[in-house]
Design a protein around this ligand. Structure first.
Ligand SMILES: Nc1nc2c(ncn2[C@@H]2O[C@H](COP(=O)(O)OP(=O)(O)OP(=O)(O)O)[C@@H](O)[C@H]2O)c(=O)[nH]1
Ligand SMILES: [Mg+2]
Length: 359
């Protein structure tokens, strides 16, 4: 899963990025991979998988990961070349979702580019820039596809027509997600990668000790079908530098129940309708996989390996808690908790699956 972080300058993007990467490195007990200085692949520690691994003596434990891309702040007029932000938007075209950091704290020490704190106006500034960036991209693509569509190819004609409607929507200030891609050209969306079609998680960067998403941001997110979480980015970034016990104590004292990492990860999973399933062998690797809700056992097998999917015979499935409570696979089988499932079985969150397959 890849997530791009956007927001105004000084909104708190890099503070959040540092908090996420430090906290993950600490919690998962192995270093995150810095692909580039501003991209970090963060393992998502899952206590359910840890418990499964302890029960089975599995080693190593491989968590699912999220790659976060931190980019420079966008300013009003970025599409006309203001600031540096626009050129970085290309780096997040290939992400699955966007985290939009919105300043919601009023610390006078932190300069606001517009000299006032107004979360809704800030959101609008950023969203306008995203719309303009998509517009430029869509116009450029239409030039090419429109020319190719003269061949009469159905998919190309469909894509060109879709691009025209996307451009119309964007010119009216509506996001690309409001124009569904045509059936005859299902790749249109992937070819354009519009930023305004990606699901958005708003992160309200609230003052220390605050835990609620401010009302205007919550309402705005709900109206868009987006999610919103509250995080105090600087505090989280400071806490992430401490050792975990110390951080937990501080967190309790300050009444901040959940780490910023946990809140963002939870929000991202909800946003993308993701659940996790696990594979775990006795004395072998225990591994987590993020899949969309509704994924079948056969599709899930493909996440493990294409060979395993190709030779799929059946799946042995047990919930992680049943497996742990039964002390392992043998115990779960004895108690009738290890089920045989076919290829159409719909995976549930926390399932532990062993695929029987013909090589
Ligand atoms: N009081 C307070 N200050 C914060 C908070 N989050 C970030 N800051 C401060 O705001 C300043 C800017 O934070 P950054 O995280 O660098 O902001 P950014 O969005 O990455 O900014 P650009 O990279 O310039 O676009 C820093 O001095 C932070 O310490 C917060 O929750 N409360
Ligand atoms: Mg930054």
């Amino acid at each position: 899963m890849r997530i791009g972080i956007v927001g105004l300058p000084n909104a708190g993007k890099s503070s959040l990025f540092n908090a996420l990467t430090n906290a993950a490195a600490e919690a998962a007990n192995y270093p995150f991979t810095t692909v580039e200085p501003n991209v970090a692949v963060v393992p998502i520690r899952d206590e359910r998988l840890v418990a499964v691994a302890e029960t089975l003596g599995s080693d190593p434990i491989t968590f699912e990961t999220i790659a976060f891309h931190d980019i420079a702040g966008l300013v009003r007029g970025a599409h006309k070349g203001e600031g540096l932000g626009n050129q970085f938007l290309a780096n997040i075209r290939e992400t699955d979702a966007i985290v939009h950091v919105v300043r919601a704290h009023d610390d006078p020490q932190v300069v606001h580019p517009d000299g006032r704190v107004d979360p809704l106006a800030d959101i609008e500034t950023i969203e306008t820039e995203l719309v303009f960036a998509d517009l430029e991209q869509a116009e450029r693509r239409l030039e090419r596809v429109g020319r190719q569509a003269r061949s009469g190819d159905k998919a190309l004609v469909g894509e060109a027509d879709w691009l025209r409607r996307v451009i119309e929507a964007l010119q009216a200030g509506r996001p690309a997600r409001s124009v569904p891609p045509p059936e005859e050209a299902p790749d249109s969306l992937r070819n354009l990668q519009p930023l305004t079609a990606k699901p958005v998680l708003y992160v309200a960067n609230v003052g220390e000790g605050e835990t609620e998403v401010p009302e205007p941001i919550r309402t705005h997110a709900a109206a868009e079908g987006a999610k919103a979480v509250a995080v105090s980015a600087r505090l989280e970034s400071e806490l992430s530098e401490l050792d975990p016990e110390e951080a937990a104590m501080m967190r309790e004292e300050m009444g901040a129940p959940e780490s910023g990492l946990a809140a963002v990860v939870r929000g991202a999973f909800e946003l993308l309708h993701l659940i996790q399933f696990f594979t775990a062998g006795e004395g072998k690797e225990a591994r987590a996989y993020a899949i969309e809700r509704g994924t079948t056992a056969w599709e899930a097998a493909g996440e493990i390996h294409t060979d395993i999917q190709r030779g799929f015979v059946r799946a042995e499935v047990v919930s992680w808690s049943d497996l742990v409570e039964s002390g392992g696979y043998a115990g779960a089988r004895e108690r009738g908790l290890l089920r045989l499932e076919g290829r159409d079985y719909e995976m549930r969150d926390g399932d532990v699956m062993t695929v029987k397959f013909t090589p």
